[in-house]
Design a protein around this ligand. Structure first.
Ligand code: SIN
Length: 191
């Protein structure tokens, strides 16, 4: 079974005519911005929580032993904090490949969290979302089990533990609270 969502994302033409597009990052896109962007701003989106419920067969694990990375899970009362990047649409080309293991480009509203330096508080943009119907989805598990899987997983992009520790450090640096991520960090460090 192919997990590859690249072709599907290539058909997402909603922002094609735009000079730039806001991309909301909530996982590795917060701390690993290895793509061109025009500006970045701390931001949040409403109605979603970040969860280590997505399998990683290509970056932080292997097809035989997938790691765990974050996706967003709908939660009406929740706010997910992250980093927004204003990117030229051509940057979706490498990003679609990076995010190919189940993530789809979805249109979202986002709120900037940096005091609106230019008076703009909100924007419509894109988030990569791995829904529960994607082939790489793992779903919920006990915190200890998730931490153990992360501790044991490695993939072409490196150890899964680095993904979790880098994400926790980046959120802390930005001043964002995330009980799920910080609890997994504690469990991992206690291993
Ligand atoms: C994201 O960071 O916004 C998507 C998930 C990931 O690449 O870790």
């Amino acid at each position: 079974m192919s997990f590859d969502t690249t072709a599907h994302n290539r058909r997402m033409t909603y922002f094609d005519e735009h000079e730039s597009v806001w991309l909301f990052g909530y996982g590795s896109l917060i701390w690993k911005a290895d793509f061109d962007y025009l500006e970045r701003r701390p931001a949040s989106i409403r109605g979603w929580v970040r969860r280590f419920w997505q399998g990683s067969h290509d970056h932080r694990g292997t097809p035989e032993a997938p790691g765990r990375v974050v996706t967003l899970v709908a939660d009406a009362g929740a706010t997910c904090h992250g980093m927004a990047y204003r990117i030229p649409p051509r940057v979706f080309e490498p990003l679609d490949i990076r995010e190919k293991n189940g993530y789809l480009r979805v249109v979202t509203d986002m709120t900037f969290e940096d005091g609106a330096a230019d008076g703009v508080e909100q924007a419509e943009g894109v988030v990569y979302l791995a829904g529960e119907d994607n082939a790489a989805y793992l779903g919920p598990a006990e915190e200890a089990a998730i931490a153990r899987q992360i501790a044991e997983s490695h993939g072409p992009s490196g150890p899964n533990r680095d993904y979790l520790l880098n994400l926790a450090a980046a959120l802390r640096e930005l001043g964002f609270e995330d009980a799920h991520v910080f609890a997994l960090e504690r469990a991992l460090l206690a291993e």
